[in-house]
Write a protein that binds this ligand. Structure first.
Ligand code: SF4
Ligand code: SF4
Length: 501
């Protein structure tokens, strides 16, 4: 009984036999071994129970003979017991284990970005053409002085605590070496350098080959302290303390031992083949005072030359938490919303814990303003920033910059099959298998990232120009936003008026 698979495969392989030339490209490209060739019958066969719909075979089939479709063979579902829910019960009855998933929360919660509209100038307030007029998207992240001061000669005193300078208000979010491949990391590092932005090591340490990208690297210190040592801290442009992650608030990280090969093991400073499990809490942090100690320990260790970021998941009392962090000495707060991606998370946590980044951001920005400490920190938000429009809306809601991860992986070829946790990524991204890793060419990967960011930066300028704004003075200008189809409570938290008002 326990070994019986109770359900029909989720996807079907539709192969047009008239087009198929039996080249077996699909069989060679599929790490999940869906396709095989039967020489006796000269037929390509499919084992659809293994298909994750990553679209690798579809993309590379030379004759366009393949389609993967969602199976229309449905379980006996209803509005309460949907097919996925039933399937998950079957899976747990079979395995007895916690359900694991990857990428972000796919549930049908409101996407507030899609319910917020941006203003544009008409008649009385001229718009700005970014092709013909100067437009500044550079931002500096870090603590800002409360007021402008001048010396005895009347010159502006410009001494600032360490800042991160970004050519545009977007960075690549934390993705560890181990959860993603060497070639994916190289692509992110090279793109960051070319763009003048930053990528983030995540909790996996920094591979020795990537120290040269240190000036564009944010190094992370997570509860497991994997790969954390003096040279690592010295190498980064900023240090991020990871207290939480949007995809799995309240729990630690887990990299399966199958992804811990020699290189990952050396970088993380853990034995080869061992599971890398970071604990849920930092065992030395039980209060804001403890966090402050770690912030200042890191500042001491790095000669007070690097901004310290504290990253937290967006949870119910995020405004109060952020207020504490802003008083802890941190220079930047990174908030990760509940749709943030991950290499692996318990499905129930990913889909049920946390709050949307839009609400968290608005609440935090307002709280810090109300308390007069907004200038103590910069705010970076992530957790499903999908486009330049999301970036502009986030900035108008109060963010200084955005973190992106899933969009960056899509630029590298990810097809959102949501099976990163298996280590069998057919696109060479979320895998450590050499034969798969080499499918992602970093020479092309980094250019695609540069293209994506260049396009977004241009769109950000166009959107700002449309509003008649030519710099990141847009930050926190909620008058530029209107809501559609939102309740009074949602509008109040977002601090915006309804469209038409
Ligand atoms: S890749 Fe396309 S043409 Fe080649 S065997 Fe597979 S389905 Fe047939
Ligand atoms: S990174 Fe790879 S495994 Fe993960 S969702 Fe994208 S294509 Fe699938």
């Amino acid at each position: 009984m326990p070994g019986i698979n109770y359900f029909y495969p989720e996807f079907e392989v539709v192969r047009n036999d008239a087009r198929c030339i039996r080249c077996q490209v699909c069989a060679r490209q599929c790490a999940n071994e869906v396709h095989s060739y039967d020489p006796e019958r000269d037929l390509m066969l499919s084992d659809e129970s293994k298909c994750v719909n990553c679209q690798r075979c579809v993309s590379l089939c030379p004759t366009r003979a393949l389609k993967i479709v969602k199976s229309d063979c449905r379980l006996r579902e209803n509005a309460n017991w949907e097919g996925d829910t039933i399937r998950e019960v079957y899976k747990q009855a079979l395995s007895g284990g916690v359900l694991l998933s990857s990428m972000g929360n796919p549930k049908n919660y409101p996407v507030y970005w899609d319910k917020i509209l941006i203003n544009a100038s008409q008649v009385t307030n001229p718009s700005i053409d970014p092709l013909r007029e100067p437009m500044e998207t550079r931002v500096f992240l870090g603590k800002k002085p409360e007021k402008l001061e001048r010396d005895e000669n009347g010159n502006l005193k410009c001494e600032l605590t360490p800042q991160l300078e970004l050519s545009m208000p977007v960075m690549f979010s934390a993705m560890s070496y181990g959860s993603i491949s060497y070639n994916a990391h190289e692509s992110l590092a090279r793109a960051s350098k070319e763009l003048g932005i930053y990528y983030n090591t995540g909790e996996g340490g920094l591979h020795e080959d990537f120290y040269v990208y240190g000036p564009n690297t944010i190094v992370q210190v997570a509860s497991g302290r994997f790969g954390v040592h003096r040279d690592y801290m010295e190498a980064g442009a900023a240090v991020e303390i990871k207290m939480g992650q949007g995809a799995k608030p309240g729990i630690g990280g887990h990299l399966p031992g199958t992804k811990v090969g020699p290189d990952v093991s050396r970088t993380r400073m853990i034995p080869e083949g061992s599971d890398a499990i970071s604990p849920a809490p930092h065992h030395d942090i039980y209060s804001i005072e403890d966090l402050r100690q770690l912030v200042y320990s890191i500042k001491e260790a790095t000669g007070h030359k690097k901004p310290v970021i504290v990253k937290v998941a967006a949870v119910h009392n995020i405004a109060a938490i952020a207020s504490g962090i802003a008083r802890s000495g941190a220079d930047i707060i990174a908030i990760d919303g509940f749709r943030g991606g991950t290499g692996a998370a318990p499905t129930r946590i990913r889909d049920s814990v946390g709050i949307p980044i839009e609400l968290a951001l608005a609440a935090v920005d307002q709280r810090l303003r109300d308390e007069g400490i907004r200038g103590n920190v910069s705010l970076v938000v992530g957790g499903s920033i999908r486009s330049s429009a999301d970036v502009v809306k986030a900035i108008a809601l109060g963010a200084d910059a955005c973190y992106i991860a899933t969009a960056a992986l899509l630029a590298l070829g990810c097809h959102l099959c949501r099976t990163c946790q298996t280590g069998n990524c057919n696109w060479g991204i979320a895998t450590q298998k050499p034969e798969l890793v080499k499918r992602l060419n970093p020479d092309l990967g980094y250019k695609r990232l540069v293209n994506l960011m260049t396009a977004w930066n241009h769109e950000i300028k166009e959107l700002m120009g449309g509003m008649g704004i030519n710099s990141m003075a847009l930050r926190g200008n909620r008058l530029m936003l209107r809501g559609v189809g939102l309740t009074d409570a949602e509008l109040r938290i977002l601090g915006i008026s309804h469209a038409g008002e």
